[in-house]
Design a protein around this ligand. Structure first.
Ligand code: IMP
Length: 184
């Protein structure tokens, strides 16, 4: 398989991502000054965002991971979510900040908020790099948003198509028909 980068169009540049992630890190650092904090990142898409974001957060914090899977194909969320990997530590009494790569229909986050709230955290807030607000099917509150984007499938900076393209340093959109015709 080869990456046909020529058939992807850059949508958010590496520089714009870094600048916005730095701003989010500064804002989160101000908001959580003097408080305990645990970042809960949702695998796998948010690892690149998390690794940049945590270096811009100046308050002491721990990091933990969860993995969920939604039944359905790779570009459409079915709304049915399950936990594939759970947290390794307790969040009871702690300030949790969920780190998401992208919020689309909102089903994944809605489910996560429900099960994490049952564990008695002191508070749960959410940061997402990308928000496809117009696609929302369930109402959820998002505290920090990197970029609001329209309804387009994007890859790069952690986001995949069939597990590829996560390593691209910027966010890309496919040119017409790219994913449909991709066989090599
Ligand atoms: P939701 O449950 O519909 O909000 O879906 C959220 C998940 O769908 C994200 O964490 C991604 O894994 C995936 N997803 C949604 N839109 C995109 C996209 O444009 N590119 C890559 N993955 C996406």
């Amino acid at each position: 398989m080869t990456y046909r980068i020529a058939e992807l169009k850059e949508y958010i540049s590496r520089e714009a991502l870094q600048q916005r992630v730095a701003e989010l890190g500064a804002q989160i650092s101000r908001d959580y000054a003097g408080q305990d904090l645990v970042l809960v990142a949702v695998l796998k898409g948010s690892v690149v965002f998390l690794s940049d974001l945590m270096r811009y957060i100046t308050v002491p914090h721990s990091v933990d991971f969860m993995a969920t899977s939604s039944y359905g194909n790779s570009t459409e969320s079915s709304g049915v979510v399950r936990i594939v990997k759970d947290l390794s530590m307790s969040i009871t009494g702690r300030n949790v900040l969920i780190v998401e790569d992208i919020i689309d229909t909102g089903h994944t986050l809605h489910y996560l908020l429900r099960i994490l709230n049952e564990r008695g955290p002191s508070a749960i807030h959410v940061v997402t790099l990308l928000d496809k607000k117009e696609r929302r099917e369930v109402a959820i509150e998002v505290d920090y948003v990197g970029f609001e984007i329209p309804n387009a499938f994007v890859v790069g900076y952690g986001l995949d198509f069939n597990e590829y393209y996560r390593n691209l340093p910027a966010i890309f959109v496919p040119k017409e028909g790219f994913f449909q015709g991709e066989t090599d």
